[in-house]
Design a protein around this ligand. Structure first.
Ligand SMILES: [Zn+2]
Length: 384
C-alpha cells in the first residue's frame, strides 16, 4: 500500500546457486602453494547474512518480503545488445565461460543472473505501480559493471540499468541513479552515456580503468556524450575519504545535481564495500603496541595489559550499547545519513518512491550490518 512504512524487499533463494568457486582471491585458480584458498569474494554467504539480518534484525517488523522472478530474454534488450545476450546464452549452453578476470559464468550462473535481473524488475514495477514507496532488490550477481556489450567485475546483466529502462518505458521522463558502491558504476554510466533522460552519478574510489572489461576511467571528465553530455557525474574519492568526505560530496555535488535534474524516479545502487571495520584495526594496533612494549619492559607490559583489558572492555560495552539502539554502524553512520539524504530527495522529486539495488560488499558479516544501517536511514525517515 502506498505510504506504508514497509521496506519492500525482493529476494529469491535461487540466487544462492551462483557458485563462484575458490582461488587466490578472485582468480578461481589454485597454483598449488596454499592449503587454504579464498572463497570468491562474490559468494552466497554474504547474501545469506544480508537476508538473515533483515529477517531477524530490528528492522524485520518493518520489512515486507516479496518473491523474485526470472527475467525474460526479451526484457534484457532494453539495456544489453542482442549479440551479448546471445554470447551469455551460448556460454551457459556450453557449460560456462570466464567472461573476464574474476568473472565466471559457471553452470547455473545464467539462471541466477536472470533471477537477479527479473527480481530487480519486479521491485521497480512494485514502486512504479505505487504498491510501496521503497523497494529493495536484494540480488546477486551484482550488475553495475555490466555494460551493454560486455561483462565486468563479477557482473553479467545490469540489474539497475534494466530497471531504469522499465521506469522510462512506464512513463517516467527522467530517472536519476546514485551509485555508492566503492567501485565505479561504469556499466550503468556506459548504458546511459548518450541519454539526457538518465542522470548517472557514481561515488567511488579513484581506481581508474582496470583492464579491457573496464575501459572507463571513472574520472570527472567522463561527462556523457551527445545529448547525454552533462548527465554523467563521476565523483572519484581518495582512499580513506571517510564519513565527512562522503557527506561533503553528497551535499555539495550529488544533492545539487539531483535538484537541478528534477528526476521522476531515483534508483540508489548500494555496495557495502565502501565501509570500514575500524574496531578490528583498533584492536590490532593496541595488540601490536603491547607486543613491542613486552620486548623492552616486562613490568610496563603487565601494567599496559591491565589498561588494555579495561579499554577493550569499555569499547566492547560501548559497542554493544550503541548496537542495542541500532545505530549499529559506529564507523558507518554515513550509510544511515546517505539513506536519509536520498530519502529526502525521493520525497521531494518522486513522491517518496525509491528503488534500491544491491551491488558489492564482500565482508561476509560486516556488510550485512552496513546494509541494515543503510536501510535504517530510510526506515527512520518513514517511521518517524
Ligand atoms: Zn564494488
Amino acid at each position: 500500500m502506498a505510504g506504508s512504512p514497509s521496506i519492500h524487499v525482493f529476494w529469491h533463494e535461487g540466487m544462492l546457486n551462483h557458485d563462484t568457486g575458490y582461488g587466490v582471491f578472485d582468480t578461481g585458480e589454485d597454483p598449488g602453494f596454499l592449503d587454504v584458498l579464498d572463497k570468491h569474494p562474490e559468494n552466497s554467504d554474504r547474501i545469506k547474512n544480508m537476508v538473515s539480518i533483515l529477517k531477524r534484525g530490528p528492522l524485520s517488523p518493518f520489512i515486507t518480503w516479496h518473491s523474485g522472478r526470472h527475467a525474460l530474454l526479451s526484457e534484457l534488450h532494453s539495456f544489453h545488445h542482442q549479440d551479448y545476450v546471445n554470447e551469455l546464452v551460448e556460454a551457459d549452453k556450453n557449460g560456462g565461460k570466464v567472461m573476464c578476470c574474476g568473472t565466471f559464468l559457471n553452470p547455473g550462473s545464467w539462471d541466477v543472473s536472470l533471477l537477479a535481473a527479473g527480481t530487480t524488475l519486479s521491485a521497480m514495477k512494485h514502486v512504479l505501480e505505487g504498491q510501496g514507496n521503497i523497494a529493495y532488490a536484494l540480488v546477486r550477481p551484482p550488475g553495475h559493471h555490466a555494460q551493454p556489450t560486455r561483462a565486468d567485475g563479477y557482473c553479467f546483466l545490469n540489474n539497475a540499468g534494466l530497471a531504469v529502462h522499465l521506469a522510462l518505458n512506464s512513463g517516467c521522463e527522467k530517472v536519476a541513479v546514485v551509485d555508492i558502491d566503492v567501485h565505479h558504476g561504469n556499466g550503468t554510466a556506459e548504458g546511459f552515456y548518450m541519454s539526457n533522460k538518465v542522470l548517472t552519478i557514481s561515488l567511488h574510489m579513484d581506481h581508474g580503468s582496470w583492464g579491457p572489461s573496464h575501459p572507463q576511467s571513472g574520472s570527472i571528465d567522463e561527462l556523457g556524450e551527445g545529448q547525454g553530455y552533462g548527465y554523467n557525474l563521476n565523483i572519484p574519492l581518495p582512499n580513506g575519504t571517510g564519513n565527512r568526505g562522503y557527506e561533503y560530496a553528497m551535499k555539495t555535488l550529488v544533492v545539487p545535481a539531483i535538484q537541478k535534474f528534477e528526476p521522476h524516479m531515483i534508483v540508489l545502487v548500494v555496495g557495502q564495500d565502501s565501509s570500514a571495520t575500524r574496531e578490528n584495526i583498533l584492536s590490532k594496533c593496541l595488540t601490536a603496541i603491547l607486543l613491542m612494549v613486552m620486548l623492552y619492559d616486562v613490568k610496563l607490559f603487565v601494567n599496559l595489559v591491565y589498561i588494555y583489558l579495561i579499554v577493550m572492555s569499555l569499547h566492547f560495552f560501548t559497542f554493544k550499547l550503541v548496537r542495542s539502539k541500532w545505530k549499529a554502524m559506529l564507523d558507518d553512520g554515513w550509510l544511515l545519513e546517505i539513506g536519509q539524504i536520498i530519502s529526502e530527495l525521493a520525497k521531494k522529486y518522486s513522491s517518496g518512491s525509491l528503488l534500491i539495488v544491491q551491488e558489492g560488499g564482500y565482508h561476509v558479516t560486516y556488510s550485512a550490518y552496513c546494509l541494515h544501517a543503510t536501510l535504517e536511514g530510510y526506515s527512520t525517515y518513514r517511521l518517524l
